[in-house]
Design a protein around this ligand. Structure first.
Ligand SMILES: *Cc1c(COP(=O)(O)O)cnc(C)c1O
Length: 398
């Protein structure tokens, strides 16, 4: 397949004149999603009411859509399911993984991980008691910190702040060599890079759909369980829809077959409808093309900004193998600089303490947008246009 990125661009409803470099935080609206959700509301919910669970196939959406996401992360069909938020999925994967290394007490992660992942790990350790601990080291020290005390390695493949990409296969292999399991968070890699969970040997993987996959605000997360664990994993969040026979209403919990056991409660049908429509665009995308295009865009942005904005410091690795699909720069006035950009129609975001972040999403961003963003940023830096009080007042969501 050769991907036609002009075609994919045409499938999104983006406001005119806007350069949207924040698809890594919230993907834009796929044109078909609005129609699809409308149809689900009016034709399915409105007319079928409760029978929609069977007639419209609502109950199968989490696994059916899981199969569509599987291709994007290099997983086999039948081993991915949708549901809940990513924070919950991190907890669920981690709890199952820890349970599979019962003589060990250490969860190893890095200080670049997204705080919610670390908070969930801390919460799990507190609940388990019994000497469980979360150990964090600097991202570059992870490989050396894997030893025979580690039960589970919990990492986010692409750093949300810097865009640095961990070597998933190599770190997983090292974890396995030391008898540990590897749980990977793909929040910033699913739909952004050429993720290979099966080939890379991941035991569990989790990720977002509202970022690069464009399911809309609050879209559910996904979880992958390696086929070798599918029949033995014990779910910590043993909700009724992960039961072998939910509608038998048995008083005892028996895990469902394979990935079904990672379901918890009622699926978010409207969000899944939006995601299903968003994935129609992904069906036309070859992941190798996506990766090549993403590197072309991030290379061009780095080169442009470094040539024209000497006061900004690159926070993203130059080496392709170590880069996701975003570019970040550091500047003490990063917040105000980003507000000045947003005021001029270039949308990125800011991550404390000093990082301005730009996501490059080949489905709807091309070299024209890269050039436009560089020119606007260069103008702001050259004229100190960011230095105004209104750009320095922080909003709740940055
Ligand atoms: C975006 C993101 C989250 C967000 O989790 P939610 O529960 O969906 O709010 C968690 N972890 C990582 C690594 C993320 O990038």
């Amino acid at each position: 397949m050769t991907t036609d990125f002009t075609q994919t661009r045409a499938q999104f409803d983006l406001p005119d004149g806007l350069i949207y470099l924040d698809g890594n935080s919230l993907g834009p609206l796929p044109r078909a999603a609005a129609q699809r959700v409308d149809r689900t509301i009016r034709e399915e919910w409105g007319k079928m009411l409760i029978t929609g669970w069977n007639k419209a196939g609502w109950m199968d959406l989490p696994t059916r859509i899981g199969d569509r996401i599987a291709r994007l992360i290099g997983a086999q069909p039948g081993h991915v399911v949708l549901g809940d938020t990513l924070s919950i999925k991190v907890y669920q994967a981690l709890a199952s993984a820890v349970d599979m290394a019962p003589t060990r007490r250490v969860i190893l992660s890095d200080t670049g991980n997204f705080p919610s992942d670390l908070y969930m790990a801390e919460g799990l350790c507190r609940t388990l008691g019994n000497g469980y601990e979360l150990r964090t080291v600097a991202p570059e020290d992870v490989a050396d910190a894997i030893d025979d005390t580690v039960a589970v390695l919990l990492l986010t493949e692409v750093d949300y702040r810097t865009g640095r990409r961990h070597d998933l296969p190599a770190l997983t292999e090292k974890a396995h060599a030391h008898g540990a399991l590897a749980v990977w968070d793909l929040a910033h890699s699913a739909g952004a890079t050429d993720v290979k969970v099966a080939e890379g040997g991941a035991d569990f993987a989790v990720g977002c759909t509202y970022k690069y996959l464009n399911s809309g605000p609050g879209g559910p997360a996904f979880i992958y369980v390696a086929p070798r664990h599918a029949a033995t994993t014990r779910p910590a969040l043993s909700g009724w829809l992960g039961h072998e026979a939910p509608f038998a209403f048995d008083l005892d919990y028996r895990p469902g077959a394979g990935i079904e056991r990672m379901r918890v409660g009622t699926p978010p049908v409207l969000q899944l409808a939006a995601l299903d429509a968003a994935l129609d665009i992904w069906d036309t995308v070859d992941i190798a093309d996506l990766r090549a295009r993403s590197l072309e865009l991030t290379d061009a942005f780095i080169a442009g900004v470094e040539a024209r904005c000497p006061s900004l410091t690159l926070a993203t690795p130059r080496e392709h193998a170590q880069r996701g699909s975003q570019v970040s720069f550091r500047h003490p006035e990063g917040y105000a600089i980003m507000q000045a950009l947003v005021a001029r129609g270039v949308i990125g975001d800011f991550r404390a303490p000093d990082v301005i972040r730009f996501g490059f999403t080949p489905l709807f961003i091309g070299l024209d947008e890269v050039e436009g963003a560089v020119a606007t940023l260069a103008e702001i830096m050259a004229t100190d246009a960011w230095d105004r009080p209104e750009y320095k007042t922080r909003a709740k969501v940055t």
